[in-house]
Design a protein around this ligand. Sequence first.
Ligand SMILES: *[C@@H]1O[C@H](CO)[C@@H](O)[C@H](O)[C@H]1NC(C)=O
Ligand SMILES: *[C@@H]1O[C@H](CO)[C@@H](O)[C@H](O)[C@H]1NC(C)=O
Length: 182
Amino acid sequence: MAKLILFTAVIIAILSHGGSVDDKCAACNAVADELESQFLKEKPRNHVDMRNRLNSKGQREGKVIDYRISDLRVVDLLDGLCDRMQDYTLQKVESKSRQWVKVANFDNLTNKQEAKAHANDISTYCGRLLEETEDELAEVIKNGSLKVGDVRKVMCQTLSNHCSKSSETDSEDEEDDDADEL
Ligand SMILES: *[C@@H]1O[C@H](CO)[C@@H](O)[C@H](O)[C@H]1NC(C)=O
Ligand SMILES: *[C@@H]1O[C@H](CO)[C@@H](O)[C@H](O)[C@H]1NC(C)=O
């Protein structure tokens, strides 16, 4: 019975919360950090051969594209990003503030269900963030203006506006539609 009540409470929490995050700036920074770690894992790749069609004379058409400016690279970097955000949860640090942290094993957490609900929230948020920014994001990846060390700024200030431009490192109290809990 207690389990059922808890389960119901979680479902209600998920539904009423609508998969939204309270602090978009903090969530955006967490997504940016995950993308940045993907950048750091990138290995040099061969050029992408797009000559996959034959013209009427039987010659290959299309071109060979530098991997760095290819759509394939954009896909490699962004694919699975929001799935990986399922590894994150919101945890109390110090007395009051809460931070997005990567969790190695949710089973070890005492509040596993709540932690999982946060993970779903940020994953959903990530999907919306990418939807909102994907064209420009693809553009800055391909034209080389998105660099390691710059991802938070570009994603969260320039492209999405989820962090205010004035406070570079500040991830707290951004414009918030939901009221903060105490
Ligand atoms: C989490 O639990 C697993 C299995 O019980 C254990 O092996 C692991 O060391 C724990 N990790 C942490 C960070 O406590
Ligand atoms: C890359 O693309 C972005 C977005 O379209 C643009 O603002 C920026 O100036 C471009 N940078 C370069 C180096 O072309």
